[in-house]
Design a protein around this ligand. Structure first.
Ligand code: ZN
Length: 475
């Protein structure tokens, strides 16, 4: 089994306000990384921001802030959210970073040029200045930009293009054979259907006069690299591609890029084509997660159903949020989150469930055992970890909570607290076995509830019941 595990979030748009979607993506990445680390792998979790985005930066400048100040503030916001969620990431990459990111993007560009996959052509299209985006006729609503409701300009400009079309067949083969694994199957089918329709070459640069924030095209300062050879390259530039290859050699190819379904095509078609063109191995897999809805609808201000991750963390603690996202949301489909469901699930599975179970077992142990139970650390957990290897996070969580339930049932049926009064030895043996099984639960909880996992292990080592409940019931 390979020793290293490299996992990435997408680079996020530098939004001022972070929402549940950000919290979800980064939390499942953190859980998957921790699960691999627990199996003895060296892990690397990359996250970051997609900063060369003219749209947002234009607004910032109009509001009189410098772009750098704004981006630094956004980075701090992300880091604050990550720290509040207990995310253990290895690097936050900023695509405006000229030292870390730009050399990688430019090095990859040069590789594509060497292969002969970059060519110059005239691009003509319908352009909305407000969106800084080209639209096709069918994107428009009654001939107008769907966002601004203005008539786009027809403009022509010189662009560099990438021969994406050349790679259609080979990418399709790699996806069909699972050499590039796309999970879930529905997303794989979707991309295979798209590849069946064929890929067209895509614009890879823009004139610098139209796009001031971006990475200059090597050898042509009149053009900047446009989106693909900038944003997607973060996954390798962060590892030092184009600068220093130590990390790159250690961790590339990525085990998994975790993405939302809106960026599937970029990651399942454009990025693999670029890697093939550069002679680099493809990422091993794509985990395409769904949206977090609320009450069955996309969260929106207008509907008033937006749930703020900070508020939940404040009220319930970060592990409650991690728990919900891990267990109550399937990593493969849209998942629903309402305040009512959150509270219900918190009370049933954390306050009761693991919280109550720990108190019960450790109270019996504290009152009836003469010494802490000694635990053999080596235990086969391959059945449990197999869920994580196939990204089945909610099933992994179910596995742990089934064990919690079965421990509760055992106590109910066998009443060791009574047995120990009439037959001390038999009672102590039962309690000792419960403690051993609770320790296994604590070990399994580590990826999802890292803090609680450590707390339970410490209680077992000291043979003590918690002074305050692990999770206080909410009314
Ligand atoms: Zn527009």
């Amino acid at each position: 089994m390979a020793k290293n595990f490299y996992i990435t979030t997408p680079i996020f748009y530098p939004n001022a306000k972070l929402h549940m979607g950000h919290a979800y993506t980064v939390t499942i990445c953190d859980i998957l990384a921790r699960a691999q680390k627990l199996q003895g792998k060296e892990t690397y979790l990359l996250t970051g921001a997609d900063e060369n985005t003219g749209k947002i930066l234009k607004v910032v400048e109009e509001q009189g802030q410098t772009v750098e100040e704004y981006l630094n503030q956004v980075t701090l916001n992300f880091k604050d959210l990550y720290s509040k969620l207990g995310i253990s990431y290895d690097q936050f990459i900023k695509t405006s970073d000229k030292e870390t990111h730009w050399p990688g993007a430019q090095a990859l560009w040069k590789k594509l040029v060497e292969t002969g996959d970059i060519y110059k052509a005239t691009y003509s299209g319908l352009y909305c200045v407000g969106c800084e985006t080209f639209y096709t006729e069918k994107d428009l609503v009654e001939g107008k930009c769907p966002v601004h409701l203005t008539v786009p300009e027809k403009i022509e400009e010189e662009n560099y293009f990438f021969k994406l079309s050349k790679y259609t067949q080979i990418i399709k083969e790699k996806i069909e054979s699972n050499e590039l694994l796309i999970v879930p199957q529905t997303r794989k089918n979707e991309i295979v259907a798209l590849l069946d329709r064929g890929l067209e070459d895509i614009s890879f640069s823009r004139p610098i006069k139209n796009v001031p924030h971006g990475i200059p095209v090597p050898g042509d300062p009149s053009q900047v690299i446009y989106v693909w050879c900038d944003a997607l390259v973060n996954y390798i530039s962060a590892l030092g591609y184009g600068r220093n290859t130590e990390l790159f050699e250690k961790f590339w190819p990525a085990n998994v890029h975790v993405i939302g379904k809106d960026i599937l095509r970029f990651h399942a078609a454009i990025w693999p084509a670029m890697l093939l063109s550069a002679g680099l191995p493809l990422q091993k897999s794509l985990l395409v997660h769904g949206l977090i809805t609320s009450g069955g609808h996309k969260m929106s201000k207008t509907l008033g159903n937006v749930i703020d991750p900070y508020e939940l963390i404040e009220e319930y603690g970060f592990e409650a949020v991690r728990y919900y996202l891990a267990r109550e949301v399937s990593p493969f489909e849209d998942g629903d989150l309402t305040k009512e469901r959150f509270k219900e699930s918190y009370n049933a599975n954390l306050a009761n469930g693991i919280g109550n179970l720990t108190s019960r077992i450790m109270k019996m142990a504290q009152d009836n055992l003469d010494a802490p139970v000694s635990i053999a650390e080596r235990e086969d957990m391959s059945q449990y970890f197999a869920f994580y290897d196939s990204f089945e996070i909610s099933k992994a969580a179910d596995f742990v909570w089934n064990e919690i339930k079965s421990l509760d049932q055992y106590i109910q049926e066998n009443q060791p607290f009574k047995v120990v009064k009439t037959d001390k030895e038999a009672g102590q043996k039962m309690i000792g076995e419960l403690v051993v099984r609770l320790y296994s639960v604590a070990r399994m909880l580590n990826p999802i509830l890292p803090e609680t996992s450590e707390k339970i292990k410490a209680l077992i080592k000291e043979n003590k019941t918690p002074e305050v409940p692990l999770f206080v019931r909410k009314d």
